[in-house]
Design a protein around this ligand. Structure first.
Ligand SMILES: Cc1cc2nc3c(=O)[nH]c(=O)nc-3n(C[C@H](O)[C@H](O)[C@H](O)COP(=O)(O)O)c2cc1C
Length: 440
């Protein structure tokens, strides 16, 4: 990740904060304000109580995610599917890091930045930790995220939601009364962070997907206290194990839907070792804001894209903008009623998350919600092109019933009437580079 941060710095795309920041009361707020006005990543050089600097919003931009997977905006889903479908062969995933290549030192959890994200959070949390674990029987590696409440130098409390592979690994180990070894990676290589977002079958090797995204083998080093290899370039590694048959209070925590999840009995992670690279950068991510939402979008949009392209023609791209509950599909219309079929298939592609689905034409930017809403305003007849399906259950955590029902909006122009609906273009807009005229 530090190579990518250095590249962004060289290009003048990194915001750098040199003054001392308090991680308990200021740091998350500065990230939040910065994200309100810019999609730039932000580096805090001096963090009170820690020798580590903090980086945030590295992945909070569709343009940067496209760059990291080797494509251009508008083509993310197609490229992602290509990478996921061509994982690297087992023999080529890893290479052994030479001793001394990535020197690291040992410390305690208390030495890491203690970031309080939201007012009512139970305490400091790790939000950007990638959990690396192996399936207890087959040894296949999995990468995923779980919010982690920082309790003491020996303990984290973590949230494992039912559908995820790590939750299944832990349940299997627990049924044998065994702890599950896990390495939490903070600031792994970007390819590993992105592969952790992938929604792939249980048997799939997510390190092979990371190697495919990277386009080269991953230098690895062994952990010191558990039997796992980790990417040697990772900034901070927390080694530990999830204790079987033990649940302790975790939360409240302000998470991706913009509310607090209440305190609940969640899993206990015993910390066995904490290491970080020289001059380590700690990755912090504010849940529910661009860096979190773009990461979630990778999983959900690519899943809808895969289902749609498997059954319908003319599917160009999918976004989940601004939230994973909301799906937008960009199509090249092929026949009368095409968009309505896309709506049906999109709803079926993810039964928990597609609360609202909008279909637009190829000339709409689905990563700009204002542009999508322009299409709704000018191309959707609300008495004919809006579909409400009542009483369908959605997201599993829904005490108020707010995720019941579906809303589908066909915001495509009438089939065959392209010239009537040709978008105007501002004279010269394609040729002007705004940076040649005004500074950023
Ligand atoms: C930034 C971020 C934080 C997440 N936090 C949690 C969490 O606390 N608990 C959880 O169960 N899932 C969480 N998720 C969702 C899953 O971990 C994630 O979608 C992962 O891809 C699931 O992996 P799997 O498909 O291998 O099971 C989070 C996802 C992201 C992008």
């Amino acid at each position: 990740m530090r190579d990518y941060i250095n590249l962004l710095k060289e290009r003048g795309e990194l915001r750098v904060v040199s003054r001392v920041v308090d991680p308990g009361s200021e740091l998350a707020a500065v990230i939040w304000h910065s994200q309100q006005e810019s999609d730039a990543p932000i580096l805090f050089e001096r963090v009170q109580g820690s020798s580590l600097s903090v980086i945030s919003n590295v992945y909070g931009s569709h343009r940067r995610l496209c760059e990291l997977v080797g494509t251009v905006p508008g083509d993310f889903c197609r490229r992602w599917q290509e990478l996921v479908d061509h994982p690297v062969a087992e023999a080529d995933i890893y290479r052994r890091a030479a001793a001394g290549d990535f020197p690291y030192e040992r410390g305690k959890l208390r030495d890491l930045p203690q970031i309080q994200y939201c007012e009512k959070d139970a305490g400091p949390y790790l939000t950007a930790g990638v959990f690396l674990a192996r399936e207890p029987d087959t040894g296949v590696p999995n990468l995923s995220f779980s919010r982690s409440m920082m309790v003491s130098d020996r303990e984290l409390r973590i949230r494992l939601a039912p559908p995820h592979d790590l939750t299944k690994y832990q349940a299997k180990a627990e049924s044998r009364n065994q702890a599950l070894d896990v390495a939490i990676l903070l600031g792994p290589p970007p390819a590993v962070f992105l592969a952790a977002c992938a929604s792939v079958p249980y048997e799939a090797d997510e390190m092979a997907i990371a190697a495919a995204i990277r386009g080269a083998p991953m230098p690895m080093r062994p952990c010191e206290k558990i039997d796992l290899q980790v990417p040697a370039e990772t900034e901070v590694v927390i080694e530990g194990r999830i204790i079987p048959n033990e649940r302790r209070p975790e939360g409240p925590f302000g998470e991706f839907l913009g509310y607090y999840v209440k305190q609940g009995p969640n899993h206990v992670f015993e910390i066995l070792n904490v290491t970080w690279r020289q001059d380590a950068v700690f990755h912090a991510l504010v849940c529910g804001y661009p860096e979190d939402l773009r990461a979630l979008e990778i999983a959900f949009a690519s899943r809808v894209y895969r289902k749609l392209t498997g059954s319908l023609p003319g599917i160009l791209d999918v976004s989940c903008n601004p939230s994973p509950m909301h799906t937008i599909v960009r199509i090249a219309q092929q026949f009368e009623g095409h968009a309505k079929q896309v709506l049906l298939a999109a709803f079926a592609s993810h039964l928990q998350y597609n609360k609202i689905c909008i279909v637009v034409d190829e000339d709409v930017n689905i990563h700009d919600f204002n542009d999508v809403w322009w299409a709704v305003i000018t191309r959707c007849r609300v008495d004919r092109d809006v579909t409400i399906i009542p009483d369908v259950p959605g997201f599993h955590r829904d005490p108020g019933g707010m995720f019941k029902g579906r809303l589908g909006i066909d915001a495509t122009r009438p089939f065959g009437e392209n010239s009537e609906y040709e978008r105007k273009r501002v004279q010269g807009a394609d040729r002007i580079n705004i940076r040649d005229w005004v500074p950023r």
